[in-house]
Design a binder for this molecule. Sequence first.
Ligand code: NDP
Ligand SMILES: N[C@@H](CC=O)C(=O)O
Length: 838
Amino acid sequence: MSAVPSLPQSNPLSRLQLHKFGGTSLADAGRIAAAARLAAPLAGGASVVVVSAMRGVTDALVALAAVARGGGDWTPGWRALQARHHEAAHAIAGTDTGTLIARLDAEAAALHADLGALAFATEDAALRLSERIWGHGELCSAWLMHAALGGEPAGWARLDARDVLVVHGSEIGMHVDREASLKCLAGWRARHPQAHVVATGFVARTPDGHATTLGRNGSDHSATLLADLFDADAVTIWTDVDGVLSADPRLVPDAVCLSALSYAEACELAYFGAKVLHPRTIAPLQARGIPLSIRNALAPSTRGTRIDAQGETARSPVKGLSIVDDMAVLELTGSGMAGVPGVAETLFAALHAAGVSVTMISQGSSEHSICCVVRAPEAARGRAAIEDAFADAIAGGQVEGVRLETGLCVLAAVGDGMVGSQGVAARLFDGLAQARVNIRAIAQGASERNISVAIAQDDATRALRAAHAAFWLSPQTVSVGVIGPGNVGRALLAQLSEVIPALRARAGVDLRLRAIASSRRMHLGDAALDPDTAGALLGDHADACDLDAFAAHVRADHLPHAMIVDCSASDAVAAKYEDWLAAGIHVVTPNKHAGSGDWTRYARIVEARVTGHSRFMYEATVGAGLPVIVTLRNLLDTGDTLQAIDGMLSGTLAWLFNSFDGSRPFSDLVREARALGYTEPDPRDDLSGLDVARKLVILAREAGRPLSLADVAVESLVPEALRELPLDEFLQRLSELDTPMQARLDAARAQGRGLRHIARLEAGGDASVGVRALPADHACMHTRLTDNLVQFTTARYAENPLVVQGPGAGPQVTAAGVFGDVLAIAHALGARTGWRHA
Ligand SMILES: NC(=O)C1=CN([C@@H]2O[C@H](COP(=O)(O)OP(=O)(O)OC[C@H]3O[C@@H](n4cnc5c(N)ncnc54)[C@H](OP(=O)(O)O)[C@@H]3O)[C@@H](O)[C@H]2O)C=CC1
Ligand SMILES: N[C@@H](CC=O)C(=O)O
């Protein structure tokens, strides 16, 4: 290896920072001035600033060259470019505009000459002229930046990289002649000893002295090549995004900015299409250990992404996920291939000769087939080349032929943390399986830094989001939609608001409220909604409630799990559970309609849970926040036999009869119970016994009995005349309950008894609900306020029933019961995937 020529002794550069700005950061004079401020040298240090052309200028030059080559009139376009550079110059240069304009005009004159010559040039000469023309934008922006930084008086030289950067094309891309470049730079520095340098990106020269370019987006490459030649201490590429993200944010809304990457990770991500870095940019830095930062010129206070030899141990073993679109699989199959040396060599030599680049290779150890993934536009050419190379073997039957499958893409998961760590592939495949993505081919190099899978192009976004969720989100990240911000719904939102941050920090449970709906309105949010203010989003401006659109939104592809919490009392909402559960959406509810409604619908809902691998939880339907259903389930699951359930199942009726002593009319108490949020939205559901009957049906079905509402003998407290009235009218005529209720109370008292509302379910399925006059020593006479009292008489608890007792109505306790179900599901999800974030 030849010795690296050293820079001239006069070189004053120490603590040299290299900054590179892309076209967007140089879009106009204002952006150029802002970039100049960012590139200001550190005290006592030096700067090299590498610039792209102003935004859109390279595209304009490529178009102009095409017009000129075709003999068209390129002069209007040429003038427009000159005017754009002039306009920026006038805004930037201050007192020395004349010098800057003269410099730009000299470049414009050279461009004019080149464009004029294009139409008459030979093919070779035209290509050389074009390369010069394409690089004109960088020559001008370097002069503009040079002026913005203060020019020669401020110690800045301006370098045309064609004077120092010597490159030649090779089969695997542009190759820099480092030795020749360093010699040229040493010569240039002898003539330009200024401390600071503005250099053109993108342009270079060939060994025989012709202008050339480094290819589209080649300015990043220029920057890292010049960083090596100038012996920079650090490189910053300024762009318009915050850094390297864990995935393309247009596809994955939850992508996060990576604070650090190793060179190896950055290379993997660059090759797999991460847009911030161009492939090949890393190598010159890696060889010298020069750190690179990717930062946002529009948000310079953000840290960006640092790329160096160490990288950083992240919370996820996978740092980034990327998709390469429009790929195809070529598969060579044949029973005669096994154990035959040279098959792979012949195949890849054929693809090489046909100019087909191979992105991914996969071969089973049976050697029965070799599969490779190539770019779709090259696939037919590749297949023809392979068929040609194996023509004899195909004719002889040793090889069956070449199968071509298009419509694919390659998803890659990249990260140093994958090396030697178990379960990474399992997590990726589990995430893809949950998103119902079929994997067509798999490849992992022995470096273990990259797992690539070929999948259907149609699945790309879903797969990327699912894989991202598997690594970057908690396995307990749940997209939540709340229906019905009424008494219970509002209390639930308040509880969520209070607890969500702590849940995320302590238990990795990440509940994201993303949708809210009332009977008429809904709001769907891309980002998580604030539970405290979500209800206010349902004003007249909100969208009309559409439960299908609501569910589709909650079932976001980019979040691992979805859950709808139905806090309505609506049968129409309950009618949707079957579809939601089948689609994999978990459902939690205090609404009793599904559990006590039509038996066949109930059976379909139960079945849908199995189809959708989803959970349906409804603890709060009976006893509000009390553990009634879970107690019954535990008894039965552990082999006990139910003999009867009886007690008080209505919080409203408990409160009414606990309070009703004749001192206040019964109707007054009903109004108060309603105001306290104990009653159903229509209090007749409580007074008629229907609400308690629903609870009995739910418990009976839980115990395996196919009970329906029609099977329950119900005594109603609502006089016949009031049963069908609109709610408002019923409430106005509520006092019609007073006389009959006072009479019942008086009769009970006359026997030394009190009134309680009692429900009973017999083992055989007989069920009844009604008001009973009970002796003073009955357990139900020793309840308080809204207490429910549920007695389970079973084979084990035969003599002395198991009793669950406590408040059985009220928004707070009901919401807590609902919240408990939500958490039970979230915790179970985390346990299923077997890992939690620290
Ligand atoms: N309150 C309690 O103590 C207990 C209540 N429950 C159950 O909790 C549920 C809610 O009760 P509660 O909060 O008191 O009732 P509310 O009447 O206070 O709230 C009901 C909510 O559901 C909404 N809603 C009604 N129909 C629909 C629909 N078709 N689509 C979308 N949203 C709808 C209402 O919207 P809008 O305002 O637009 O009408 C309202 O926001 C009921 O099922 C009840 O049985 C269970 C145990 C105890
Ligand atoms: N209205 C109901 C509320 C709970 O289901 C009751 O009072 O029990």
